[in-house]
Ligand binder design. Structure first.
Ligand code: TXA
Ligand code: MG
Length: 333
């Protein structure tokens, strides 16, 4: 397949926007930027179009997709039986990096929800994503635009590496702001429950909804989680060893003894002086770490290193960045 490229980094050209909308309306797949990561979009009401997403990504069919819409009204049209707290959450956080899991009104294709009775919907906060949604006048199913299992793409080049030739088009909107995927919030119960942590935290949500549950709260641990949570995720090309600061030096020494080519992703400045060819600083502060995390993970390739050692960043337990790193890790020391 010939993947068409569109450039919308600085300005959104009306005729190009129309061309993109036409492709989506015709059942093609188009990768586009959101504020979190790039998504691979298709008409959520068209079963054949949605199937193309699963095929291009190599995604297991029991993992439901997030549907993207342009407005609160469009979100309501896809859902039913909303608890009272949802309206306030939407007014406060959307458009933004949060996905609401709600009772499905039956408007989207069956594969989008993987047969569940709920649908995940979000309003992305990115000018290109919103322009495309408004131009198509369609709800767009869009998982992250990576091959299944790989780190999510935060720039168009990442999408090209994973999906070139497998998708209809790629819209380049520059580097994404947030860098990690949206908070996925189950809003079918008395209180919202976080299924996947993101930039919007349980405390942020509790401030608006009165309470917010996480799986760390007693009693929630046995509830079914997001189907996607059981699969390998965010994995770099080489094994990733996640190590606490106090054992970092000995772990590096251990792999050096085995004559392994080591890549290092470090937080403490002390490790800036370690003599390794491939090393990167993870960043300063949670915003910067999240924004660059997948770019870092993608930067260590098999050609250069045998193993990636990553210093466990000093962040609060349950932080979205730790969640992603722990899922990406082959070993945690
Ligand atoms: O920021 C994001 O959310 C990005 C951008 C592109 O919007 N999208 C994204 O999609 O990360 P994806 O498919 O990579 O992750 C969707 C997650 C999966 O863990 C999936 O299982 C969960 O959301 N999910 C989707 N619909 C669900 C539902 N009805 N119930 C429970 N979990 C659901
Ligand atoms: Mg994904």
């Amino acid at each position: 397949m010939d993947t068409k490229l569109f450039q919308m980094k600085e300005t959104i050209d009306e005729s190009e926007l129309k061309a993109v909308a036409k492709m989506l309306q015709a059942g093609e797949t188009v990768a586009f930027p959101t504020e979190t990561v790039y998504g691979l979009g298709a008409n959520a009401t068209d079963e054949a179009a949605v199937q193309k997403i699963f095929q291009a990504k190599g995604r297991p069919s029991d993992n439901p997709l997030i549907v993207h819409v342009a407005s609160k009204e469009d979100l309501y049209a896809l859902t039913t039986d909303l608890p009272a707290y949802v309206d306030a959450l939407i007014d406060h956080f959307s458009p933004g990096p949060i996905t609401y899991v709600l009772a499905d009104a039956g408007k989207v294709a069956p594969t989008v929800t993987a047969g569940l009775s709920t649908v995940g919907v979000r309003i992305p906060n990115h000018p290109v994503a919103l322009a495309i949604l408004q131009a198509t006048k369609l709800p767009l199913a869009a998982p992250s635009a990576n091959r299944s299992g790989r780190p999510s793409p935060t720039e168009a080049a990442h999408v090209a590496t994973d999906l070139m030739g497998k998708i209809g088009a790629l819209v380049d909107g520059g580097t994404t702001d947030v860098g990690i995927e949206s908070t996925v919030l189950d809003c079918t119960g008395e209180f919202p429950l976080i299924l996947r942590p993101g930039a919007i935290t349980a405390d942020d949500i509790a401030r608006i909804a009165g309470a917010c549950h996480t799986y760390e709260i007693e009693g929630e641990a046995d509830k079914p989680k997001s189907p996607g949570m059981k699969y390998v995720h965010y994995a770099p090309e080489v094994p990733l060893i996640l190590v606490g600061r106090e054992r970092l030096s000995e772990t590096i020494a251990h792999y050096q003894e085995k004559a392994q080519r080591i890549g290092l992703l470090y937080e403490s400045e002390a490790f800036a002086r370690v003599d390794l060819a491939k090393k990167r600083h993870i960043g300063q502060g949670e915003g910067e770490i999240a924004q660059a995390l997948y770019r870092h993970l993608r930067a260590f390739s098999k050609a250069d290193v045998d193993v990636l050692i990553c210093e466990y960043p000093s962040l609060a337990k349950g932080h979205a960045i730790l969640d992603r790193l722990e899922r990406a890790a082959t070993e945690i020391i």
